[in-house]
Design a protein around this ligand. Structure first.
Ligand SMILES: NC(=O)c1ccc[n+]([C@@H]2O[C@H](COP(=O)([O-])OP(=O)(O)OC[C@H]3O[C@@H](n4cnc5c(N)ncnc54)[C@H](OP(=O)(O)O)[C@@H]3O)[C@@H](O)[C@H]2O)c1
Length: 357
């Protein structure tokens, strides 16, 4: 059919986001055909324990069975077939919904071959600049690395393409830290707030992964690199909400001793919220520097006026000066993230078609 694209796709990772993505691909086939003249042919699925490659395309039934197995914490397939990037068609899109750097060699090889790459995994893009240089090109998309499906990366690309001058970016990019900041602002003890966030499933199994601020720093680093800042993660000023010495504790010990942080964080929150300011855990990118940490903001400001658990990114630019461009909303969740990944796959499939012609 003229203009119809049969797009080969290989999926790396079948965790919460990867499984939601498979279901969305299967359930939106008609929409992709009618609206986008596109068929997504899933030629491979890989998790940490199993892999299957079928260049003619895995059936929807096989894909949904793989999802059902993963939901029961089994490998997606009984066997781990060996496969290599060299086996893949040259117009393949690799989709990385893993949460590991172990996939970087595969991604770099795919790039060397000119394949497309869609990343939900921020680790490769926030790794050494050499990875960024190899991965962040016109055949890659990474919308969900920064605020899930919120169109933050698209907006920034549009600003950069249009010749606007992005002078400063502010962002609150962690729902977990937003929740804790709101608790601190309301005067709750930090230790109790951490345990509550963990019980509600807002934190990683080990809350230190959130409290250290590195996840927020990686998201901000990706935005900064898009602006052309040649920064490494070590260049980011990161305020951790716990002292490094507590890294030596077991998880149980940490959860028992976290109340020791109540007083210092109460004092810090009190100082920052003086005069009715709101407490946020935010990133600021300006003048070649990048900082993430607690800040006090005016209640009527862009950062202060969104729900603390939502994500928000504010672009201060030459043309958006008195009323900066602001994108906010739900910035996490498996289904919404998967929808953002699917949007990236469709967008990249269209771009690859244009490049091919
Ligand atoms: N959840 C959100 O709200 C959200 C929002 C934005 C971005 N993200 C990003 O999306 C990614 C996926 O998140 P998630 O919650 O789905 O993570 P997850 O549940 O931990 O799933 C990770 C998947 O990666 C697989 N994996 C690990 N090592 C692998 C390897 N070497 N090769 C192939 N697959 C491998 C795992 O396999 P096994 O199943 O065999 O362990 C698992 O299926 C993360 O990078 C996360 O930061 C998530």
């Amino acid at each position: 059919m003229v203009g119809f694209r049969d797009q080969p796709v290989l999926l790396l990772g079948l965790g919460g986001v990867g499984r939601a993505l498979v279901q969305q691909i299967v359930h939106t086939r008609q929409r992709q055909q009618q609206r986008n003249k596109l068929h997504l042919r899933i030629i491979g699925v890989v998790d940490s324990r199993s892999a299957r490659l079928d260049l003619s395309g895995l059936s929807d039934q096989a894909l949904l069975e793989a999802v059902a197995r993963k939901t029961r914490d089994l490998p997606a397939f009984d066997t781990a077939e060996s496969w290599s990037v060299a086996d893949l068609p040259e117009d393949t899109i690799l989709v990385d919904t893993t949460a590991t750097e172990a996939v970087v060699p595969v991604l770099l090889e795919a790039k060397q071959r000119g394949l497309g790459v869609v990343l939900a995994n921020k680790l490769p893009l926030a790794g050494p600049l050499a990875w960024w240089d190899a991965l962040a090109d016109e055949r890659s998309r990474w919308e969900t690395t920064c605020g899930a499906a919120l169109p933050v990366i698209r907006a920034l690309n549009t600003l950069l393409d249009s010749g606007d001058d992005v002078q400063r970016i502010e962002g609150a990019l962690s729902g977990t830290l937003g929740f804790l900041a709101a608790k601190l602002e309301a005067g709750a003890p930090f230790g109790a707030a951490v345990r509550e966030a963990k019980a509600l499933g807002y934190t990683e199994p080990d809350p230190r992964q959130d409290l250290g601020g590195l996840d927020a720093a990686r998201k901000a680093l990706i935005l900064a690199r898009m602006l052309g800042y040649r920064l490494e993660l070590r260049d980011v000023q990161v305020e951790s909400l716990y002292p490094a010495a507590m890294d030596a504790l077991s998880l149980d010990e940490f959860l028992q001793q976290v109340d020791a942080l109540d007083e210092p964080l109460r004092a810090r929150a009190h100082a920052l919220t003086d005069g009715g300011r709101k407490l946020r855990y935010a990133a600021e990118i300006a003048d070649g520097c990048l900082r993430v940490g607690l800040v006090g903001v005016a209640p009527e400001s862009k950062l202060g006026s969104v729900r603390s658990t939502d994500s928000v990114v504010v672009f201060h630019t030459r043309y958006f000066s008195d009323n900066p461009l602001t994108i906010s909303g739900r910035g996490a969740g498996q289904q919404v993230t998967a929808s953002g990944v699917l949007g990236d796959v469709v967008d990249l499939a269209r771009a690859l078609q244009r490049i091919a012609h």
